[in-house]
Design a protein around this ligand. Structure first.
Ligand SMILES: Cc1cc2nc3c(=O)[nH]c(=O)nc-3n(C[C@H](O)[C@H](O)[C@H](O)COP(=O)(O)O)c2cc1C
Length: 137
């Protein structure tokens, strides 16, 4: 697989983050639902551009699966990364999972965007995200 290829890896608890990615035309991207995968099946290495999606739980954290993927995430180097995910602004750390992932990944990789949205994605949110996907070469 070419190193220029693109992939989306996402985890969604109640389907909001999943609904965003499913609303978009993801032609050109390999799309992986982390909920459906065994840990050992997750491999970021073949992809140069990686979109990571997660909602936020706890007190502003990504889902546990990302903790279990720490070694793989730490191994990411010179990737182009986009972060996206749903949250709820009644919590003090709105979509904090994305901030944590950004902090963890930004020194070794290029962060293309961080796209936070509230609850189930509205049409405008879907359109904005679709545009982001189109803008990534
Ligand atoms: C126990 C719990 C903790 C949460 N903590 C946060 C939080 O700290 N920050 C936030 O923005 N949203 C938080 N949320 C809201 C979810 O991220 C939000 O409902 C989101 O839309 C779920 O998206 P998903 O269906 O893609 O998993 C929390 C939800 C639950 C159930």
């Amino acid at each position: 697989m070419a190193l220029t290829s693109k992939a989306v890896f996402y985890y969604s608890m109640t389907g909001n983050t999943k609904a965003l990615i499913e609303s978009c035309d993801t032609t050109g991207y390999a799309v992986f639902d982390l909920y459906e995968m065994a840990l050992q099946e997750v491999d970021f290495r073949p992809y140069q551009t990686i979109l990571l999606g997660t909602s936020t739980i706890g007190d502003g954290f990504p889902h546990d699966i990302f903790k279990k993927l720490t070694a793989q995430l730490a191994g990411m180097n010179r990737k182009r990364i986009g972060l996206f995910g749903s949250g709820n602004s009644i919590y003090p750390r709105y979509c904090g999972a994305l901030d944590i992932l950004e902090d963890f990944l930004r020194t070794r990789n290029e962060i293309l965007f961080k796209f936070k949205f509230e609850g189930y994605p509205k049409r405008q949110v879907m359109e904005q995200f679709q545009q982001l996907l189109r803008d990534i070469s």
